[in-house]
Write a protein that binds this ligand. Sequence first.
Ligand code: SF4
Length: 436
Amino acid sequence: MKVAFITLGCRVNSYESEAMAEKFIKSGWEIVDNDEKADAYVINTCTVTNMGDRKSRQMISRARKANKDAVIAAVGCYSQVEPEKVAEIEGVDIVLGTKNKGDIIHYVNKFIEERNQIVNVKDVFTDKKFEDLNIDEYQDKTRAFLKIQDGCNRFCSYCLIPYARGGVCSKNPEKVIGEIKRLAEHGFKEIILSGIHIASYGDDLKGDWNLISIIEKAEQIDGIERIRIGSIEPRFFDEDTISKIKNMKKMCPHFHLSLQSGCTETLERMNRKYTAEEYKEIVYKLRENISDVSITTDVIVGFPGETDEEFEKTYDFLKEIELAKMHVFKYSPREGTKAAAMKNQINGNVKDKRSAELIELDKINEKKFMSKFLDREMDVLFEKKLEENEDLYEGYTPNYIKVVVKSSEDISRKILKVKLTEIQDEHLLGELILYK
Ligand code: SF4
């Protein structure tokens, strides 16, 4: 039996798809590309933007067209918040939410036996258990993502995630450590601890567990050479945390601190819990204490009520703090959120213009950041060959700069020293120096 996965949205969804795929493999299924004919298609849906909803629906129809007899399962965030709508899409056989993806094989088998549509979406506010999905071995990957936390209690005014994934729940720390050990045994050198709101890791657990204590444990695991954390809220970095991170040997100096707006008034309407000034202080403290640190971010333009003056504040703020990379999103209202009901929704053309301005600024900042590393020697963890007929390999420095080098030998999965020589588009070119 063959199964194909179509995954939309964030890295947490990617992790969960990998974990579901591993369950299928262990049950004797073969994983095939999603454009191939399969006996089952699992569409791991997203609802962060309207686009996510639309794409989720498109992917369901595409899978049905690929094989009219296949079992089509829609799981994840869009299924969780709109189960009835998803169940009505022509050809959907199984609808699961965000809390029972781990039982996917049970439901696929049940459908094959009974041929009756299954809709099983749990209430995320009453079911507060962390769903244990494990990955022992990623397929063809060098870096392993580990989902250690789910849910969010923050309720930013534009975000549906707390409704799709419920409140904070954390993976049992012993299980996290066990999973990292297994990944190290399978040859993974780098792990990325991820979650929906990982700064809250441990808030729901007994004992003193938190994200820092998990990282400290992970640091002691042989074979793991690099630890990264996924997107994290800026206020995680208080004095104590920065001083602990400063002394860690394996923690990568790359932090994705979601900003969303550089204007405090806009941040207030977004229900973010920091001011632009506080964010700036954190960025400067990280730069003072952690050498070569790279700070990246997300910004939303066109949030309801964002005046020209407010946008200018954001623009000037980002110009001043010169982040290494930013992802710019145009605000899109999500039904059911406070922001969707706010007055002064912003016209699409204004959003386009603001987005283009920030993207331009980002290119300048990114280049400035990369140019600081020219002529430097840095360790690069190589991932894969870039193009089949050329001896080009790509990998990342600890501070997440993409580097491309020439090598006649297969250097994937190795950490090697590279002299960085030239900026090309969004990466650096380099020359291999020696094997580590
Ligand atoms: S912190 Fe805000 S944006 Fe992030 S998941 Fe929670 S509610 Fe959504």
